[in-house]
Design a binder for this molecule. Structure first.
Ligand SMILES: Nc1ncnc2c1ncn2[C@@H]1O[C@H](COP(=O)(O)OP(=O)(O)OP(=O)(O)O)[C@@H](O)[C@H]1O
Ligand SMILES: [Mg+2]
Length: 826
């Protein structure tokens, strides 16, 4: 981690007084909830100025060129002796009076020292000093002037290399985040009705809010996950209310002509704060406290222009919502709900893969575990649906649909906590494979920590959903040793949510850049965070590490600040080098004004590619999917903490900028899809940077739709499950030594109980069977007939062990088929 990041982290530690997750709250107990005015705090005290000052990087000063070669100072006062000059300057530096004067002018010891070094170098090296300074220095050397008289010249120099000294008050004003509600004048002009649907998981909170939404004249649903936004989009359209879908990477219009519908289901980051709605639903509002995404919920609550706002979430967030709304004079009506079905914590762990049965969902927190668990389950003849964060949304949805489909034999799910919020899945029993989740700490190090009560309850809450075949949910662990911890978590109540996230907006950063034109974007963010003031009784500054990481990565690429800001908001996994490389390439192409065509993209990602054969191939493919997602995200230029807050599109002047088809246009004028003069769609202009294949007749939405389809086809076809099945033992051997991940996977595989040779048989067979089923060449019935026929040809009888195996009882004929074919190979 760079020293800047470290400094920033130090500052954010100070800046986040009461993070409900973090150690800060332990060190710094939360003050009583006092009226706002009383508890507004500056994030750090004056004594912390030195930490702030560390963030300011001196600007190098180029000496002015003396064109006419006339050195007036030298002509009047004679040439300066360098040794004498150095002596005088050092004398100046050592004077305590000067130090005091500097301190009064905002120069702490560090800034004073840096300013002095720069000033000394300037005086010693410059071709000709200003006449006044030259004469003053000559006088001091000749004992006819006082060394303190250098101070005004020194201070002028210091202000040149540290421009913030001139505008500290302005910077503090810009970074004053104490009244975030004032950022949304449209919302403030309304008298909004706020209804909080509070209760445990599966209590019908979202259901009741959505009932109101669907029946309203217009509405926006703001969800925490793309999957949830898609679920609402589909359900709303199914009920005959046209509804659009807006996520960072995707736009779907209910209307074939692309006319916006009155209803929109979006991810919370995409909420428009300028479009008026009758009803807004903001789901999973306990996410206010999320360290990286919390700002999006805060923005949605404070900014959405709706007559009625329905919030759904944990009871733990009620007080916080009340406080936030009280500040703007809005009352909160709370509706409490009870869980609709039972959820029982079992008193025994699962312990063996043989005990996994239909309706089970095994939850783990690492991709390696996903691979290992799904293989073990598939080896026992069960098909698995797999959901984890890194999978593309389309694939996740397909997996969820497959699992929920009563006619699909796939009845076991392996998932990470990506399923943990709001989703309705046909799960009978949640099995925690582990209760330890890796997290990245402040120093960027990986830490293993037990999941929080809220996480445990949210994940467990997926079992026994109302309206599914499993009306009684169960939760347990895989290992017996974890059971007491789970019981403790399940018996705890979620801690009150104290603070909601905030994030600097593009406008604020732009104003900072105006005052500090030489600072890098990452540095501007550091300074902003460090200077900012928040009402710490209610708000905290979200973590901006990812933003800064991307800003550092593209710092050397010449970009306008707004475009740079858009790039840095891209939701990418910075741990994937391939994605980072592509991110840089996108930024470079953009900077050169070169079109980022789909053909160009395909060349970069090596399209068309073959189906992955090893886990490393698969990991790479996931990276490719993310790159396609990034491409789509950039082509919409969406997301980011402030984009939809722009009052009107910079290019076309459209007021409802949140719905402007080219959201990037709202921010970075070069790619607005409308012609500035005529306000007519301007496809050439829009397609300048993210054009479609060749067909400029299509609207940008359609072009993007095409790419989206192409992308999701790739994603679908090459999902992890297919790859997992394709992989054989010999193939996985090739992973050995090829990367850390490869080595880890190899290690895991070598510990797996069954031999890999067997796996390759069943795995390969599964894949062919699936293909045949998919192509319609084989029906499930034909398959079971075939299995029976084959079994009888092979000697017909299942051995005793197999016939009593629980797996077989639950998974039907398919598992028998696999066991039977293994025997001859042995
Ligand atoms: N009154 C109802 N009539 C019919 N179905 C309902 C009713 N209430 C809830 N449901 C259904 O029950 C399931 C769970 O409800 P819902 O998703 O609203 O729960 P929730 O409280 O929002 O849960 P979570 O906290 O997990 O998001 C959904 O499939 C929903 O459609
Ligand atoms: Mg819900």
């Amino acid at each position: 981690m760079s020293s800047v990041s470290r400094a920033w982290l130090r500052s954010i530690r100070l800046a986040m007084p009461l993070n409900s997750y973090g150690c800060c709250s332990a060190m710094n107990p939360r003050p009583l909830r006092l009226p706002h005015v009383l508890c507004i705090q500056q994030q750090r005290s004056k004594t912390d100025n030195s930490e702030q000052n560390e963030l300011f990087v001196p600007v190098s000063i180029k000496p002015s060129v003396n064109d006419d070669n006339i050195n007036v100072g030298e002509e009047l006062g004679g040439q300066l002796n360098k040794a004498d000059l150095l002596r005088v300057l050092n004398m100046f530096y050592k004077r305590p009076e000067i130090k005091r004067l500097c301190q009064d002018s905002g120069l702490d010891t560090r800034l004073f020292h840096q300013s002095y070094i720069s000033f000394r170098r300037y005086c010693m090296e410059v071709e000709s000093l200003s006449a006044e300074l030259h004469i003053l220095l000559t006088d001091i050397i000749n004992n006819s002037g006082h060394v303190d008289d250098i101070f005004p010249y020194f201070l002028k120099h210091a202000k040149q290399i540290f421009p913030h000294l001139e505008c500290m008050d302005d910077l503090k004003k810009i970074s004053d985040l104490r009244l975030p509600a004032n950022w949304y004048p449209e919302a403030r002009a309304l008298q909004r009705r706020i209804i909080f649907h509070a209760g445990p998981t599966n209590s019908g909170k979202t259901y009741h809010a959505l009932e109101r939404y669907v029946n309203a004249k217009s509405g926006v649903y703001c969800g925490p996950l793309k999957m949830l936004a898609v679920e609402v989009y589909q359900k709303t359209n199914d009920r005959g209310t046209p509804c659009d879908l807006v996520t960072g990477e995707e736009r779907r219009c209910a209307d074939p002509e692309g006319q916006p519908a009155n209803h929109v289901a979006c991810t919370v980051e995409m909420t428009s704060t300028t479009t008026p709605y009758e009803v807004a639903v903001i789901d999973e509002v306990q996410m206010f406290r999320d360290n990286s995404r919390g700002w999006a919920w805060t923005r949605a609550l404070l900014g959405v222009c709706a007559e009625e706002i329905h919030l759904c979430g944990e009871q733990a967030a009620i007080d916080l919502v009340r406080d936030m709304c009280m500040a703007v004079g809005e009352e909160v009506e709370v509706r409490n709900y009870k869980r609709l079905t039972s959820l029982t914590t079992l008193d025994h762990a699962v312990e063996s893969y043989n005990n996994i049965r239909a309706g089970d969902c095994v939850v783990c927190f690492s991709k390696n575990d996903i691979y290992a668990i799904s293989r073990q389950i598939e080896r026992r003849g069960h098909e698995c649906a797999i959901i984890y964060g890194g999978l593309p949304p389309g694939t996740k949805l397909a997996q969820a649909n497959k699992f929920n489909d009563p006619d699909n034999p796939c009845k076991i799910m392996v998932a990470t906590d990506a399923i943990g919020m709001g989703l309705n899945l046909s799960i009978k029993r949640i099995i925690f494979y582990s209760l330890i989740k890796p997290t990245i700490n402040e120093k960027g190090e990986k830490e293993m920590d037990t999941i929080t009560t809220s996480q445990a309850l949210q994940i467990a809450g997926r079992a026994g959903r109302y309206g599914t075949p499993y009306s009684e949910g169960e939760v347990t662990t895989f290992k017996s040793a974890d059971l007491p911890t789970l019981r403790e978590l399940m018996g705890s109540t979620v801690e009150k949510i104290e603070v909601a996230g905030l994030h600097p907006t593009a406008e604020q950063i732009e104003l900072f850049a105006y005052h500090l034109p030489n600072a890098t974007l990452s540095n501007l963010i550091d300074i902003f965070v460090s200077l900012s003031q928040v009402d710490s009784a209610i708000y905290f500054m979200c973590n901006v590490d990812d933003f800064k990481f991307l800003a550092d990565m593209i710092q050397h690429v010449p970009l306008e600040l707004r475009a740079r800001y858009v790039f840095c908001c891209a939701p990418i996994n910075r741990k994937m080098p391939f994605i980072c490389t592509m991110f840089l390439k996108f930024a470079r192409q953009y900077s050169h004004g070169e079109a980022i065509t789909f053909d160009w993209l395909c060349r970069q990602i090596g399209w068309p590619f073959q189906a992955p054969e090893t886990i490393l191939d698969l990991v790479h493919l996931e990276g490719v999917f993310d790159v396609l997602d990034l491409y789509l995200w950039l082509s919409y230029g969406s997301g980011g903490p402030c984009f939809q807050d722009t009052r009107s599109c910079g290019q076309c002047g459209r007021q409802d900028a949140g719905r402007c088809p080219s959201q990037l246009g709202v921010i970075t004028s070069p790619v607005c899809w409308r012609n500035t003069e005529t306000k007519a769609p301007n496809f050439m202009y829009a397609d300048q940077l993210f054009p479609g294949d060749t067909d400029y007749e299509l609207s940008p939405q359609k072009l993007k739709g095409q790419r989206q389809t192409k992308a999701s086809e790739l994603l679908e076809e090459n999902s992890i499950t297919n790859t997992g099945r394709r992989m054989s033992a010999s193939e996985s051997t090739r992973l050995q030594g090829s990367s850390v991940l490869g080595r880890r996977i190899k290690l895991k595989e070598s510990h797996e109980s069954e031999n890999l040779d067997n796996m390759s048989v069943s795995v390969g067979r599964g894949s062919l069977t699936q293909q045949l089923l998919k192509q319609g060449l084989l029906t499930p019935r034909m398959l079971s007939d075939l299995q029976r026929e084959w079994a009888s040809q092979q000697g017909g009888r299942l051995d005793d062990d197999q016939s009593t195996d629980n797996d077989h009882k639950n998974s039907g004929s398919k598992s028998k088929y696999k066991r039977t074919i293994r025997k001859p190979r042995k």
